[in-house]
Design a binder for this molecule. Structure first.
Ligand code: ZN
Length: 461
């Protein structure tokens, strides 16, 4: 994997301290628009979702045929559904797919029969302890069918006969995913992944989709050092498909984030990549620890979202995961109560800010080489003390200067120096710019550096 850096081309991509005031509202508005669509790992609901995203970003939409082998998996048949219901003997529809997408077990095979409640009951899923909520269930890889309903609805059903209809199709079709590449100064890529397979559920994962879309739209306005690739695909089979189809390009990926459950009120949680000490891991940890006081860092585990695929041993990319309250840790998870009421514009806006700051840090995290490493260079002669006079934080800047000069042997990044010095990244970065201006520092790993290596003395042993 290339870590070579061209001379700094940072183009004003700076970590911001606040997001535009209405961006959270815009994220909510996209979520509201996507909420009624019936998504699954394949099918027209996913296509409609991705088409909607093209109103915001220049997404390319890909179709991968059923039966295509992707690593150890195969693209399944495509599932579509037009309607489904359970009707009692009086003609009342006690459960109707038109009322809520969660009412049908995802990937249910077609059904049209009359049966007793006793026969039907093993196919009915409800939550006794949350009698008003409809659970979310799927059966992607076993031919099966079923309904999900509020427990209070189930409790009210009598022992009569029921007409049960699921008007679905499972046919050879395709899996649909979308991606967008925003080219930067170098071809090394940072990837952002959001899963698209959940039907009417907001935090998991319309929040991740909406955040990624708004991030892409903002990033597209900036020139960046890295290239950024956004992927919108179904969980598990989608990331596996993308990885299998892009295997030759994976070496370009220098970092990434899986975004999910990121719109609720809980503090931010960063889950480390399998490597745990990649630049993405360090940047996310620094930003969360510094700017988001209630946040926490979790070690990698082979459980969760698509980071499992990006961090499988044969792939092992430095891809972490950013969430708020993780999956399974909030009661509304995978139920109809994961609706618009549990997400809010402020949380979404702050989540976007956190991602923006993490990417801004990666964009700006250079390593330098001290061009005068024999003893401390004479700062006064170069006008650096005079320059300090213009700053409020003279003592801090002077100390930062000494830290940077001492640590800049090409092996320590600004972030590492900031941590060692216990000083803000932005301060170290700004002082480094002054030292570059005074020709006391130059970026490490540049072509200039390689050609001048032998004459300028000392920096490379
Ligand atoms: Zn989920």
């Amino acid at each position: 994997m290339s870590t070579a850096r061209n001379p700094p081309l940072r183009h004003g991509f700076r970590p911001q301290t606040e997001v535009p005031g209405d961006i959270g509202d815009s994220m909510i508005s996209l979520i509201s628009r996507l909420y009624p669509m019936n998504r699954s790992i394949t099918g027209d609901g996913v296509r409609e979702t991705l088409r909607t995203l093209t109103n915001y970003i220049d997404l390319r939409i890909h179709e991968v045929a059923s039966g295509t082998k992707v690593f150890d998996w195969e693209i399944p048949r495509e599932w579509n559904i037009r309607g489904a219901y359970i009707e009692d003997s009086h003609g009342n529809r006690v459960v109707d797919f038109d009322d809520h997408n969660l009412h049908v077990v995802g990937y249910s095979t077609p059904v049209n029969q009359t049966m007793s409640l006793e026969e039907l009951r093993p196919r009915l899923h409800s939550l006794a302890d949350k009698p008003d909520w409809i659970p979310y269930r799927t059966s992607y890889y076993n031919d099966d069918w079923g309904f999900c309903l509020a427990h209070k609805t189930l409790s009210a059903m009598d022992d009569g006969q029921y007409k049960v209809v699921i008007d679905s199709t499972l046919t050879d079709g395709s899996l649909t995913y979308g991606d967008l590449l925003l080219p930067g100064a170098i071809t090394d890529e940072v990837i952002i992944f959001a899963h698209t397979c959940h039907p009417s559920l907001c935090n998991d994962n319309l929040s991740g989709i909406s955040l990624a879309v708004h991030l892409a739209a903002e990033l597209a306005k900036h020139k960046t050092h890295y290239s950024y690739r956004f992927i919108f695909a179904p969980a598990t089979i989608g990331s596996i498909t993308w990885l299998a189809q892009n295997e030759d390009n994976l070496k370009r990926i220098t970092g990434g984030l899986v975004l999910s459950v990121i719109g609720d009120d809980g503090p931010l949680v960063y889950k480390q990549s399998r490597r745990s000490d990649s630049e993405m891991d360090k940047a996310a940890e620094y930003v969360l620890n510094t700017h988001f006081p209630d946040s926490r860092i979790e070690p990698f585990s082979p459980w969760g979202y698509d980071e499992r695929q990006f961090c499988s041993p044969g792939i092992n990319l430095p891809v972490g995961r950013l969430t708020r309250t993780p999956h399974g840790e909030y009661p509304q998870y995978h139920t109809s109560a994961d609706d618009l009421s549990i997400i809010n514009a402020k949380s979404l806006g702050n989540s976007l800010l956190a991602v923006w700051q993490i990417l801004g840090l990666i964009e700006n995290n250079l390593s330098y080489i001290n061009t005068q490493p024999f003893g401390e260079p004479q700062l006064g002669r170069r006008g650096l003390y005079r320059k300090l006079g213009g700053y409020q934080d003279v003592a801090d800047r002077q100390l930062a200067m000494l830290w940077i000069l001492n640590q800049s042997d090409g092996t320590n990044s600004i972030l590492e120096i900031a941590k060692k010095a216990d000083m803000p990244f932005d301060l170290i970065r700004s002082v480094a710019d002054d030292l570059v201006g005074a020709a006391l520092l130059r970026p490490a790993d540049t072509l200039i550096d390689k050609s001048e290596n032998d004459q300028s003395g000392g920096e490379r042993q």
